[in-house]
Structure formats: C-alpha cells, structure tokens
Design a protein around this ligand. Structure first.
Ligand code: FES
Ligand SMILES: [Fe+2]
Length: 490
C-alpha cells in the first residue's frame, strides 16, 4: 500500500512536522521596494548580456482571434482594480519557456506556442527559433535539415537560412540579401536549464528577462525537471496549480489523505499587473503568480517549485515543472521513474479537469456563448482555500480580459495529446532513451527465453533439459517485467 503523506500544498512530499517552523524568513524579499516593478526586480540578474539583434523587417504577429468581446463581472476582491487607462496585458511581448534544454535536439523540430508554429534548431553553439514557414512558398522549415555549412535547409526547394534567419543560399539563384528572403527569427535565451523565446513584435528591453531559477541561491540544485503537453485550456491548468485544497482528495493515497483535509487560510499579500503574491500554512508556503504563465512556490523548508503553464493553442497547454532546493540530495530516483510518478499524478488531475471543462462547455453552448473558456460564473467558492483561484480570475479580468485563442477548449484533434506517449515520452529525452533501452531489453529477453526453451526441448539428457528451464523462466520473467514497465510509458 502506498504511504500516505500529510501534505499541505501542491505536489510537495514534505512531512507536516517540517512545515511547522518559526515564521518564514525568505533570503531575499519577494516584493521589491520599487512599486513599479515589484515582481520582475526579484529575478533580474545583476548583469545582463545584450540580446542578439532582431532581423529586420519583422512583421507584427498575427493578431489573436478574440473569443470574449467584453470583460465579465469581477469577483469582489481586496486587491485594487487597475485604473481605466491601464494598458491591457500583452501576451506576445513576453518570454515563454519552450522546453528544457536537455529535451531539445539540434535537428529542426516544430513547437507550437501561442497558436504559432515555431521551428527550433541548433547550429554550432546557439539555439535558433524561427516561425515555422519558409519565405519562399511557406513550407514548414521543421521538415528541413541541418546542412553541412551550419544552415537550416528547407526540404521543399533547398533555400538555406543562417541562425539569424538571413537567407544564405537559393540553389536556383545563388546568394541573396533581400530581407524578403529571410526567415522570421525570434530572440532566444537559455536560462535555468530552459530555452526561452520572446514572441513580441518589438525587441525585449534589457530589464525584461525570463523568470527562471537562474541565480536563485535557494534553488542551486535542480532535483526534477518535467514537461508534458496536456489537452486542457491554459487557464484550467493554472487554476489547478493554484489550488492546494485538491491535494488531499484528487491525490488521496499519493500526496494527500482525505482525513487530513482542513481549512487553508490563504492571504493575498499583493496584486498588480505584474502578478500577485500570497502565502498560506502560517507563512510557511509563499506563492507568486508571475505573468504570463509561471506559478512559483517557495517553502520554509527550502524547497522551490516552478510551474509554467505554457499556452500552446486552443485546448492545449504545456506544463513545465521544476523542483529545486539549496541543498544537494544524496539519493535520487532515476529521472524516468520520477517522470512516471509525475505523469501518474498529472493524470489524476487531468481526468477531473476534463470533466470541469465539459461542464463549462455545456453551460456555454446552452446559452449560445463562445466564451466558455472563462465561464466561471457557475463556480461557488466560499472557502479561503479557493482564494488563489479567485485571485487568478480577478487578475485575468482586470489585466487580460480579452479571450485569446489559448483560452478556448480544443476540439477532437487534441485528444491524442492526453496520452502519456504523445504528451510526454516522445518529447522527453530521458524517457525516450529509457524506452529505447527497455525495448532492447525486451527483445533480448524474448530471444533468450525462446532459445533456452528450444534447447531444453532438444537436449538429449533429462538433466540438461531441466538446466535449460532455469534461464527460460528467468528470461520470461524479465520479458514480463519489461512489458509491465512499458505500460508506464504509454
Ligand atoms: S518552400 Fe522552402 S524553399 Fe521553397
Ligand atoms: Fe520523461
């Protein structure tokens, strides 16, 4: 039987007695004294290297399809509402994590972000990210190949592009310098083990850096890094991460215990266009929402957790979860085993979140509305434990009231992404490698079992036949174990 751990917040396997400590004293202030940049200032490194120049000209990104024409009513909150003149949140002028660096391969790979297909590839020392369309006749550059001269070659007619996006060669024409022949390159940064991309039409300012664990003394050692694409609306996943009350029920027997459920007094400490900060468990758990897509949780026991909810497109979101601390851990389970456990926990939530979305979709369709992705009007949230979900809703309504595509539910084609193989294993270097080894072990075990069985039948002596049965049984047991383990990847 699984050991039941008394936990008080999301995914933390922390014994309860460790949480009852003197008042929490973070090593650095979570709220900066500069009221204009309260959240960003905490993570801005002391020295910033200049960003690579942007290719010119760069067209403005495709405007998002608006699903919600007007903001709906805002839940009463103690947080101040923005002034009427405050600009709305720009979802494009932001850094987004594309994937853990360890999961990326240098060959051209398509990754979708904000409903925009991108191609990620690496030549020599640096990663490049382009819009995944060739300027010639719009074929996907992710179908291309890495050429010998370190350029990306389009698979259709062989145009080649340098890492900056400049057209290096047109086989049918020779070298060209026209900006119209350039691929659209996006600014990228490697931070905290992740590859970040800037999606905006304008260049990022030097003080606009991605939120990551880089330079954070509380998170010197990363113990786990996990990504998975889920068939969910972006905001549904964010609500789940901001909901400590579900742990004892949705993860009963794994992370929680129904019998331990109790009120969770949550305090929202600050809220602005730059996100919000809250704490609970008598200040032992501090949480920040940092737009566009990060929830950071820090505990008084020295654990740091980053949960990115990266908007892919309608009905699809990618979660990137990182666990770190200031201290090294002597024993760690293999990464693939950690990923298997995380997949299991995510799927416990996934089932419930899908039912939530179905109910909201039914409500919206029965009323002839299209804004079902934020149809939270039917929620009843009287407990303090729901305070963070309320605050998330309030933040979206105040600062980003328009319904972009990634707030919508998906249609049938996203169903496959719910599978573990599609959503995680195929894009996880660790699990893909483990699966390959497992398949090789399965083939070897099958071969040994079959060979030993044949020998045991053909052996002339009874003693030889009996002796051959032993490797047959062992190999068959290994074969069965491999088959069982493989189901954990599917
Ligand atoms: S479409 Fe890319 S070279 Fe023609
Ligand atoms: Fe994995």
């Amino acid at each position: 039987m699984s050991k039941v751990l008394p936990l008080r917040h999301l995914y933390l396997a922390i014994p309860r007695h460790l949480l009852v400590r003197p008042p929490y004293q973070p090593p650095q202030p979570l709220i900066h004294s500069d009221p204009t940049q309260p959240m960003l200032a905490f993570l801005v490194p002391l020295s910033l290297s200049p960003l690579p120049p942007l290719p010119t000209p760069r067209a403005a990104p495709r405007p998002p399809r608006r699903l919600i024409p007007q903001a709906t009513a805002v839940t009463p909150s103690t947080s101040p509402a923005p002034s009427p003149a405050a600009p709305l949140f720009n979802w494009y002028d932001q850094w987004y994590p594309l994937a853990p660096l360890s999961d990326l391969c240098p060959t051209p790979t398509r990754i979708v972000l904000l409903s925009t297909p991108l191609v990620v590839w690496r030549a020599a020392a640096a990663w490049s990210v382009f819009h995944d369309r060739c300027p010639h006749r719009l074929a996907a550059l992710s179908e291309g190949r890495l050429a010998e001269d370190g350029t990306l070659e389009c698979a259709y007619h062989g145009w080649r592009f340098s890492p900056s996006g400049a057209c290096a060669r047109i086989p049918q024409l020779g070298p060209v310098r026209s900006p119209r022949a350039c691929a659209k390159a996006l600014p990228v940064l490697e931070r905290g083990g992740l590859l970040f991309v800037w999606m905006g039409a304008r260049a990022p300012r030097v003080d606009e850096t991605p939120h990551s664990l880089e330079g954070d003394a509380r998170a010197r050692f990363v113990h786990s890094c996990f990504q998975r694409t889920l068939p969910l609306c972006f905001s549904t996943l964010l609500q789940n991460v901001l909901d400590p009350a579900h742990i004892h029920f949705a993860h009963h027997g794994f992370l929680g215990d129904r019998a331990q459920a109790a009120p969770i007094p949550i305090r929202v400490l600050s809220s602005s266009a730059a996100g919000f900060t809250a704490d609970y468990d008598a200040g032992n758990v501090r949480l920040r929402f940092l737009p566009p897509c990060l929830v950071e949780i820090v505990t008084s026991t020295g654990q740091s957790f980053l949960y990115y909810a990266v908007p892919v497109r309608a009905g699809l979101v990618r979660t990137i979860a990182i666990r770190a601390s200031a201290r090294r851990v002597l024993f760690r389970a293999p990464a693939w085993a950690d990923h298997m456990r995380r997949n299991l926990l995510l799927e416990q939530d996934l089932q419930l979140m899908r039912t939530q979305q179905e109910a909201m979709r039914t409500d919206a369709e029965s009323e002839g509305r299209r804004d079902y992705s934020r149809a939270w009007g039917a929620y009843q949230m009287p407990a303090s434990a729901d305070r963070l979900v309320v605050e998330m809703r309030r933040w979206l309504e105040n600062h980003a009231p328009e319904g972009e595509e990634w707030f919508a539910f998906g249609e049938g084609e996203v169903e496959e992404a719910g599978m573990r193989m599609e959503g995680h294993v195929k894009t996880c270097a660790v699990c893909a490698r483990a699966l390959k080894s497992l398949d090789a072990a399965t083939v070897a075990a099958k071969g040994v079992a079959a060979g030993a069985a044949v020998v045991s039948v053909l052996a002339p002596e009874h003693a030889q036949r009996v002796a051959c049965l032993v490797p047959t049984v062992i190999a068959a047991a290994v074969w069965a174990a491999c088959a069982r383990l493989r189901r954990g990847f599917e």
